[in-house]
Design a protein around this ligand. Structure first.
Ligand code: SF4
Length: 326
């Protein structure tokens, strides 16, 4: 172990508190569909599903359900991390319409993570930023792991996004075979493409993928990557994903520079011992949680404040949040 890791994390924590304050956000990725046209990223659950879905349009979520989810995020003060998926299931115009309505519901512009596109000019103020799914922290490994997501195409989309005035984000999954030396590639990428937000995930080894028997990255490895990026870029927003089986990572990732945390089954965990655990992790890292993972009074009425079309979905989300599955 790098004997300086404590210093690194301490410096990252001091810097984060100084530049960003002590608020930590809960981020919720909102899926548009369960279809992926590429379906060949080596780590991804969707790559095991592609052959099972015959018609991409059938994998579309009901838009009222998407809007109800946005309304629940607003009630609980969770951020919408981005709209995700939807590639080849929704047209650009449809994605724009959905984002416009979500902005109306939450009062906030929406980040997109809906694949490589050359139609960014169609978007306007409903979109806050564009996410490039870089995924792998090593460009050579990238070509094997994500053969259909050309890094060049992602980079040029992000550059165009910047020219059009959108913010820019990238996603990076740790544990795909990269090493600590690859942090330099990540920092070069952030610098070169003027990235505003980095979303880190840790590998979730799915059955039926080549990673099925791999371990998730160590907490202190993950923390060191985050701390190094934070120290290099004091201003950027850093979101860190941890799965429900890794909640103990949260405290150390916050100390290393995370502004937000993500990748939980939020409604399922709400109010349970796991939701409480997340709040404890945030508290013991010396931070305040924006929003709640436990306060049932914030779930609100069993009907929508936006439209009666959303009522039955709101009811379903509230019921799910009140049911303790664990
Ligand atoms: S990571 Fe994204 S692009 Fe790759 S298979 Fe999964 S859903 Fe599709």
């Amino acid at each position: 172990m790098d004997s300086n890791i404590f210093d690194l994390i301490k410096d990252a924590n001091d810097l984060t508190l100084k530049k960003h304050g002590d608020l930590v956000t809960l981020e919720r990725a909102v899926f548009l569909s369960w279809w992926c046209d590429k379906g060949d990223c080596a780590f991804c659950y969707m790559s095991t599903q592609k052959d099972k879905i015959k018609d991409p349009r059938k994998a579309r979520r009901n838009v009222s359900n998407i809007y109800a989810e946005a309304e629940m995020c607003k009630r609980l003060n969770w951020n919408i991390e981005f709209l995700s998926g939807g590639y080849k299931s929704f047209t650009t115009q449809e994605i724009k319409e959905i984002a416009t309505k979500i902005k109306y519901i939450t009062g906030d512009g929406v980040w997109l993570n809906t694949g490589i596109t050359d139609e960014l000019e169609e978007y306007g103020s409903e979109i806050k930023g564009i996410t490039g799914a870089v995924e792998v922290a090593n460009p050579q490994i990238h070509n094997n792991v994500c053969p259909s997501k050309s890094l060049n195409d992602i980079s040029s989309m992000l550059d165009t996004a910047g020219d059009l005035g959108f913010k820019k984000a990238i996603t990076i999954i740790l544990g795909l075979g990269e090493t600590l030396d690859d942090v330099e590639y990540v920092t070069d990428y952030i610098r070169e493409h003027e990235i505003d937000r980095v979303i880190f995930y840790s590998l979730n080894p799915h059955k039926e993928t080549i990673y099925a028997d791999k371990s998730q990255p160590a907490s202190l490895y993950y923390a060191q990557v985050v701390a190094r990026v934070r120290l290099e870029f004091p201003e950027i927003e850093i979101i860190c994903g941890t799965w429900i089986d890794n909640l103990a990572n949260i405290g150390i990732l916050i100390l290393s520079g995370a502004n937000g945390i993500t990748k939980f089954p939020l409604f399922k965990m709400f109010g349970t011992k796991y939701g409480k655990r997340v709040e404890e992790e945030v508290k013991w890292a010396g931070r305040q949680l924006k929003g709640t993972f436990t306060d049932k009074s914030k779930l609100g009425e069993m009907k929508s404040d936006v439209s009666p079309d959303l009522d039955k979905f709101i009811k379903r989300y509230i019921k799910e949040s009140l049911k303790n599955k664990y």
